[in-house]
Ligand binder design. Structure first.
Ligand SMILES: C[S@@+](CC[C@H](N)C(=O)[O-])C[C@H]1O[C@@H](n2cnc3c(N)ncnc32)[C@H](O)[C@@H]1O
Length: 202
């Protein structure tokens, strides 16, 4: 049974990949409640991956009124816009300039204020502290070849998590809660051990 499934997967994967490439050849709309963003092909697509929607549903339950909120690696920025709608003072950062440009437009179109900052992790956020930090990180260990791949790959030696764990503590307000989503197919053991070496515990 397992063998049949794996053969089927091998046969269908190229078709699926070609289909996805075709679908994402141009900017595509994505919406949550009444918020809409346009997702450029160079930006992490929230449509088929579950992580963005899980985070949106998760923060819908949190009282964000008058809280400072950072979406570290904002991609389309739909989470940041939703947090702004819920009354938070929102910073959205990313290393992808196209993502930030499109989020700037979405912020205007949705009439929701978000401070968009180009930053490699916390590099350009010095001096700020946040009550909530939300992270949907790049999951897999491989060197990203370009900006788009930075949404998926954290470096061969998990450098993203090394740097994140070292930088994070300075940016936490007293009441901070930081939430990071991971997938079952991530090396969760490795990621948690990098964090705990830096005194961060999930
Ligand atoms: C998995 S995507 C998540 C996007 C968005 N938060 C969401 O949930 O839809 C990861 C995002 O992190 C950004 N990213 C990757 N490495 C980064 C770094 N070193 N500094 C800032 N952003 C980074 C990527 O460009 C991408 O937009």
């Amino acid at each position: 049974m397992f063998k049949i499934r794996s053969i089927l997967k091998r046969i269908t994967k190229p078709f699926l990949n070609a289909g996805l490439k075709f679908y994402y050849r141009k900017p595509r709309k994505y919406s949550y409640q009444d918020i809409e963003v346009l997702v450029h092909p160079e930006v992490f697509p929230p449509h088929l991956t579950l992580s963005t929607k899980i985070l949106l549903d998760f923060i819908s339950e949190i009282d964000l009124q008058n809280k400072t909120f950072l979406e570290l690696g904002c991609g389309s920025g739909i989470i940041s816009l939703f947090a702004s709608k819920k009354g938070a003072t929102v910073t959205a950062s990313d290393i992808n300039r196209t993502a930030l440009e499109y989020l700037g437009k979405a912020s205007e179109n949705n009439n929701l204020k978000v401070d968009c900052i180009y930053s490699n992790l916390f590099e350009n956020l010095k001096g700020k502290q946040f009550d909530y930090i939300i992270i949907n990180p790049p999951y897999y260990p491989k060197k990203p070849k370009n900006t788009k791949e930075q949404a998926w790959f954290c470096g061969e030696k998990f450098e993203y998590y090394e740097n994140l764990s070292k930088q994070l503590p300075k940016f936490l307000s007293e009441e901070n809660q930081t939430f990071m989503i991971l997938s079952e197919d991530c090396n969760i053991q490795k990621i948690t051990s990098i964090a705990s070496e830096n005194n961060i515990h999930f």
